[in-house]
Design a protein around this ligand. Structure first.
Ligand code: NAG
Ligand code: NAG
Ligand code: NAG
Ligand code: NAG
Ligand code: ZN
Length: 491
């Protein structure tokens, strides 16, 4: 009898150990899993801009790789970008969710009367932090939230902004190929878990450059556009090779579209106003005019009704819907030409066949927008969004708290698989905690296994008891052995 008790006790200990083992080991696993999740399995996001990729280019020639993203993800047909529809203002809007008047990069060429300094894409002035610090780009916010960012030549990403560069970035150099930019991005996204970037931005100069030189209507643009699809195909393939394709949320968009110009649509300012009366700060097709001291009214009256294909606004009269007024870097007079028209001082000087910068509600000024990845719905076409809505969407995907912005998650949340639990447009909302799949299973699974082990122990115990003590009952069924077991335990 004693041997049975000993055996039973021993078995009980084994059973208790078995009961605890799964708890402990699963707990350890889940703990391990949790720390993994915060680094390696944190949602990843790659934002790609093909400069000057007009929304309708995807329907112009076969675009199998864009098609793949649309089939596997989402497409937005009508994207209202930010005024003015130029490269620097719009790239900063995409990563801040702010209109240009608020983020402060109001043009590619600027003059700040408070700083008494000029900003130009053509000079090193772009590396002066002061121009950028009216806003905080998403890569900085990601890093301040404990994440990591990598940037391949996105405008502003090689500038120190609020004391920070992206964790990984490339100094702007137009000669660096798309393929090597992609190579670096892939390297950063797939780095060992503590170093891997969560948020990447990738910029490519085409099809903007060709759009300017050839004009969007040129049939030569077909080749350029098909070439962009091949570049996208390269990126998709590299993501696949690195095992990132199913993990990375990929957004492919642009800063603006492109309009066809012609030499018989030129407005010559010299016909209306003497060059001695003003400085033109930002150039065609939306011109920032800084009148000489005391010459504002004179210059304005000379330009106001000068040409039917051009509107002159005093700063305070710039239409509200353009959100382009409240910044010292916006000049006292703004000239806006009609679509397809070019403003020059006279007819000498370089002339482009394509340009952008016009009113952001013009279809020709609007960019492409497609996206795919674990956060996005599949094969879904949305009618419209504003490009400032992208910022709160990206913050949601990255589970970080957005800064105050002009976008609305509510406007774009239907692009996502899971609707946010607390949609709060414009105002900041609490960070959405990563979905805790699996953590809470451990105790349940452990207990379940424990119970199974207890039952297993009981089965074994009963079989042993019945075999030893009542050999004749070796073929007894379970039900019949139960009372015997209880009897023994009562001893
Ligand atoms: C602004 O800077 C220029 C030199 O870039 C200088 O000549 C001019 O006097 C400055 N104006 C003011 C108001 O400080
Ligand atoms: C820009 O990139 C090209 C091609 O990689 C390289 O040859 C050149 O040295 C780079 N220029 C600078 C200033 O780094
Ligand atoms: C046009 O302007 C340039 C300076 O930008 C000047 O050299 C040229 O003489 C002007 N042409 C005419 C026809 O006025
Ligand atoms: C855009 O957002 C900023 C920051 O919240 C705010 O200051 C600004 O007034 C907003 N602009 C518009 C037009 O709502
Ligand atoms: Zn551009």
């Amino acid at each position: 009898m004693l041997s049975y008790i000993l055996r039973g006790g021993l078995s009980l200990l084994v059973c208790l150990w078995a009961l605890l083992l799964p708890q402990v080991s699963l707990h350890r696993l889940s703990h391990h899993g949790r720390s993994d999740h915060s680094v390696r399995d944190r949602p990843k996001l790659l934002l790609v801009s093909f400069d000057g990729f007009r929304w309708d280019y995807i329907d112009r020639v076969p675009m199998p790789n864009f098609r793949t993203i649309m089939d596997e993800g989402v497409k937005v047909e009508y994207v209202e970008n930010a005024y003015i529809t130029k490269t620097f203002p719009n790239h900063y809007s995409l990563v801040t969710g702010l209109y240009a008047e608020t983020h402060g990069i109001v043009a590619n060429e600027m003059y700040d009367p408070v700083l008494n300094q000029s900003f130009s894409m053509e000079t090193d002035s772009i590396y002066d932090s002061q121009w950028w610090e009216e806003a905080v780009p998403l890569w900085v916010t990601v890093q301040k939230s404990g994440g990591r960012s990598g940037a391949a030549m996105w405008p502003g990403s090689d500038v120190k902004i609020h004391g920070m560069f992206p964790n990984q970035y490339l100094q702007y150099n137009a000669s660096v190929s798309f393929e090597s930019r992609v190579g670096r991005i892939i390297e950063w996204l797939s780095a060992p878990k503590e170093e891997a970037v969560d948020f990447g931005v990738l910029y490519w100069e085409e099809p903007d450059e060709s759009g300017h030189n050839l004009g969007p209507q040129s049939s030569l643009m077909d080749v350029v556009i098909a070439g962009i699809d091949e570049k996208l195909g390269f990126l998709l393939n590299e993501l696949k090779k690195a095992g990132l394709y199913e993990k990375v949320n990929l957004i492919v968009t642009s800063d603006h579209g492109m309009a066809q110009l012609s030499t018989d649509k030129i407005i010559e300012l010299d016909e209306y106003v003497s060059r001695d009366l003003y400085t033109w700060v930002d150039k065609s097709p939306v011109v920032g005019i800084l009148p000489k001291e005391g010459k504002l009214d004179e210059v304005y009256s000379l330009l106001a009704d000068a040409n039917p294909n051009m509107v002159a606004y005093k700063k305070e009269d710039i239409p509200e819907h353009l959100h382009y007024q409240h910044n010292v870097r916006i000049m006292p007079i703004l000239l806006e030409s009609k679509e397809g028209w070019t403003i020059m001082q006279n007819r000498t000087g370089p002339f482009m066949l394509g340009n952008h910068g016009y009113d952001n509600t013009l279809r020709s000024m609007q960019p492409v927008f497609v996206a795919r990845g674990p956060a996005f719905r599949q094969n879904y076409v949305k009618t419209s969004m504003r490009s400032v809505d992208l910022y709160p969407l990206m913050c949601h995907i990255l589970s970080i708290r957005p800064l105050p912005n002009n976008g609305s998650l509510l406007n774009v949340q239907d692009l996502l698989i899971l609707e946010p639990t607390t949609p709060a447009p414009i105002t900041p909302h609490p960070p959405i905690t990563p979905k805790a799949n699996g953590y809470s299973y451990a105790p349940v699974v452990g207990s379940f296994l424990g119970v199974v082990m207890v039952l297993g122990f009981l089965v074994v115990y009963v079989i042993l008891v019945t075999l030893k003590q009542r050999p004749v009952l070796k073929h007894r069924s379970w039900e019949m052995s139960q009372p015997l077991l209880q009897e023994d335990l009562h001893l």
